[in-house]
Ligand binder design. Structure first.
Ligand code: HEM
Length: 396
């Protein structure tokens, strides 16, 4: 599947937060948690086939760059609405079991302490630091690669590729910007193809070896790797960035000091997940003529589900977005990580990583304050976070 098979009107949508009627929105926007839950639990009616389709139709020059390297995203996991999904999901889930994630906590804490120490050092040396770069960016990528049994290398490039691909597929780039982003996506794809080829013959257990044994083709493995190597770390980086920013801004119910405790950090992360998660929306497409909450939905209608920002319960407290909440039934059991057969496989890991990173940063940097109160934000259809969290030492 090439990524550009969309109607041109999709390009006219600037942001999900636009007032209704400001521009023609190509999506049926579903906000009510019960309806969101309903859509996610009716995969035969509402398919995830559009999960990785470019929000903005790609133009000729960008498409040619991708075609030259054989770039393709056949449905394997997030966009797979066929019977092969559950078997592939099982293979990937084996790398992120609750026990594996729990066992990873000491390593996550070690990386978090190192990162917070680097931030403190830079603050001492130059008087300021950007917590996105020093704290949030790299540990999630290291943890993901280690869990998948893949070599920890080219981290700077991986971070750049992830951000560029998010913008290419979920942003609103014009033709010139598309070309730049497509060059980056093509570079990532070529790197990935080499990694897949190397991994299937490598000693020990790794993601691509197990997927090859499961019967996936090289192209299918590249497609899965393309999604997972971005989804498995950049979303967590963005959750950490927003949490750090909102804490330092004083916009959370708990303060920076409280975030230095395990419970304080966890509540701050849960608050941000519920109110402005790094993945605030996700898409589905109507597989055939159907209905939702009494409203007719024609075949092919594209649906935008609001997962975050609408989860405040009657009492004003955010609904519990934790992985454990999935054990319950119904919308109150949390929609932040999706729900049903495609629910995020990294939910427990992401929440743990974000809590530990925030806790260690707050503990190591007690006296800091924001240096820039109005940073630039990543605002794509399904991803959001401040690009920088620039801080300096406070008055005391
Ligand atoms: C804050 C961090 C994260 C957020 C907010 C997030 C959110 C989501 C959402 C909303 C979905 C779509 C679910 C659906 O269609 O029902 C998803 C799918 C997925 N996520 Fe995450 N995610 C995060 C981190 C991670 C991490 C760390 C990993 C891997 C370790 C990961 C792996 C996946 C996978 C594999 C899927 C597709 C599952 C399937 O289709 O069966 N995610 N995620």
């Amino acid at each position: 599947m090439m990524p550009a098979l969309r109607t041109a009107e999709a390009a006219e949508r600037p942001a999900p937060a636009e007032p209704p009627g400001a521009t023609r929105c190509p999506y049926l926007v579903v906000r009510d948690p019960e309806s969101v839950w309903d859509v996610l639990h009716r995969p035969a009616d509402f398919s995830p086939a559009n999960a990785l389709v470019a929000v903005t139709p790609l133009e000729g020059p960008a498409l040619r760059v991708l075609q030259r390297v054989g770039f393709a995203l056949p449905p394997v996991l997030a966009s797979n609405d066929t019977g092969t999904h559950s078997g592939i999901r099982k293979v990937v889930a084996g790398f992120f079991t609750p026990a594996t994630v729990t066992a990873m906590e000491p390593r996550i804490r070690e990386l978090a302490r190192q990162a917070a120490g680097n931030a403190a050092h830079q603050l001492h040396r130059s008087g300021h630091t950007d917590l996105v770069q020093t704290v949030a960016a790299f540990p999630p990528a290291v943890v993901m690669l280690e869990l998948l049994g893949l070599p920890v290398r080219d981290l700077e490039a991986l971070k750049r590729w992830g951000l560029d691909s998010m913008e290419l597929f979920w942003g609103w780039p014009d033709g010139e910007r598309q070309l730049e982003l497509a060059l980056s996506a093509a570079e990532f794809y070529v790197w990935l193809r080499r990694l897949v080829a190397e991994s299937v013959d490598a000693p020990g257990r790794n993601l691509f070896k197990l997927l090859a044994e499961h019967g996936l083709s090289r192209t299918e493995m590249c497609s899965l790797g393309y999604f997972l190597l971005i989804a498995g770390q950049e979303t967590t980086t963005q959750l950490i960035s927003t949490t750090l920013f909102r804490l330092l801004e004083g916009a959370t119910p708990m303060g920076w000091k409280e975030a230095a405790s395990e419970a304080g950090a966890r509540s701050a992360v849960r608050h941000v997940l519920a109110t402005e998660s790094s993945v605030p929306t996700w898409r589905r497409v109507a597989a055939h003529d159907t209905s939702l909450g009494g409203q007719q939905v024609p075949a092919g209608a594209e649906i935008l589900l609001e997962l975050s920002g609408n989860q405040i319960t009657g009492g004003g407290a955010p609904a519990d977005p934790s992985p454990h909440a999935e054990a319950g039934r119904g919308p109150s059991s949390g929609l932040i990580f999706g729900s049903g057969i495609h629910r995020c496989l990294g939910a427990k890991l992401a929440e743990l990583e974000a809590s530990v990173m925030v806790q260690e940063a707050a503990a190591a940097l007690p006296g800091i304050q924001l240096r820039d109160h109005e940073p630039e934000w990543i605002r794509h259809l399904s991803f959001q976070a401040p690009r920088t969290v620039s801080v300096m030492n406070g008055p005391d």
